[in-house]
Each structure stands twice: as structure tokens, then as C-alpha cells.
Design a protein around this ligand. Sequence first.
Ligand code: KIV
Ligand code: NA
Length: 266
Amino acid sequence: GRRVTVRDLARAKQSGEKWPMLTAYDSMIASVFDEAGIPVLLVGDSAGNNHLGYENTIPVTVDQLVMLTGAVVRGTQRALVVADLPFGSYQVSPAQALETGARFLKEAGAGAVKLEGGVAMVPQVEALVTAGIPVMAHIGLTPQSVNVLGGYRVQGRGDEAAAQLLADAKAMQAAGAFAVVLELVPAELAAKVTAQLDIPTVGIGAGSGCDAQVLVWTDMAGLTPGRLPKFVKQYLDLRGALGDAAREFAADVVGGSYPGPEHAFH
Ligand code: KIV
Ligand code: NA
């Protein structure tokens, strides 16, 4: 089989089919999700927090994300792999966005890129799409702007902010984006945006009215330490299970029960 394409996602919107998206930062985890039938995998700059040990997404570099994206592409056969454009790698100009975006397709084999921002990023989205690089937009809470927003809180509250969010979504669609992520947006507003767009909306903390839903894989699998945001559903306790496995291995080694005769060569 072939990979999922942006056309498949456009068709899903028309037929009202919802679809899931997960982040992935490495080859093996990506292969698990690919085999599970997740149609779109995002090599998010949330790799900064969840893979590289940074406090937020700001420090993530293009070189880092190109490397992780290549790994995810090599681990998958069917998923559309979308790569985040890191902070500072596209805002300068449409030319900068095109140079960065092209690296993700040429060097990593990504099928599309994602960037944060609405109306202000129209020239970037137009340049990318014109050059043949599919773009997923990301509006609402945009983590690369955490220092301007002053934290990770719900966006689009109030008439003015809601109107701006709708305008941002429509501008991204008009510029040629194939989908738009709505992060931390009131459910009613996300549903309204979804109804007014021809392209799919991908919600995260945006209620059930979106066309698709995305979660950070380490959140949904219970690997992320500490308290999770309210919108996350945790499907597994991977941190607990892996910790138990490590403690059991340690106890076996210390107690001499591993390796057993069946693990040895004679
Ligand atoms: O980097 C990321 O994980 C994302 C998703 C939360 C949409 O941008
Ligand atoms: Na991101």
C-alpha cells in the first residue's frame, strides 16, 4: 500500500469520517502507531519537551527535528508524516519557510509540514504550498509563542478573540493549508470553525466537534511525568510498566536469577 495523502484527508472531511493523529519522535514507536492504523503522525516540536529534555519547544532546531522526522519516516509505511517547523525557522520570510520546509521533504522524507500562526503566516503558507509542500496550520494556543502568551491557557475566549481565531482559520484555508490544528480552544468555537471550513480541523483540547483529534503520544500512553492537562485521556501507564520492568531486571541481576541457564551459551 501507499501512504495516506492530503487528498485522503480532504475526502474524509467530505464524508464526515473522523481520524486520529499522534505525535512520534522515533522509528520504533512510529512503527507501532503505523501498524495500529494511525493515518497521520506528527513529528512535533513537542519533541523538545518529550524527547530532548527541554522545558518547552523554543530550543528545538531544524537539524534535530529533521533527524527525528527521518527516523519516523523510516519506521512507517502507511502514515502521512507531518513535521513541525521549529521556532525561528519560518517566521522571518516566505523564503526562509521554503528553505526549511524543503529540508523536511528532501532530507527526511516528510509528506507535509506544520507551522504555527494565522493571518500573519499567510505568505509563508502560500510560498510552501506553491512550491509543493503541503502545510498543516496550527492556531489557538501556539506553544512557540508561550513567552508572548504568558502561559498555556485556553485561547479564543470572548467575542473578539473568537472572531480572530475564525479569521486565522479561514486565512490558513485560503492560503492553501490542507488542515488546521486548533489547540486549547472552547469546544463551541472549535465546532463553529470546523463547520465553516472545507479543510479538516485537528483538535487538541478543543472538544469533540473537530474533524480529527491529536494527542502527544507520551501523554496518551502515560509516559509523561507529572500532572497531565485536563484534555488528555491516558490510555496506558507506560511509565509505571517500564519502571516495574526496570526494577524487576535490577532485582534479578542483584539476586543472581538473571541470566538463567536458558540465557547462556555453552
Ligand atoms: O508539537 C506538537 O506535539 C504539536 C501538537 C500538540 C499539535 O504541535
Ligand atoms: Na508543535
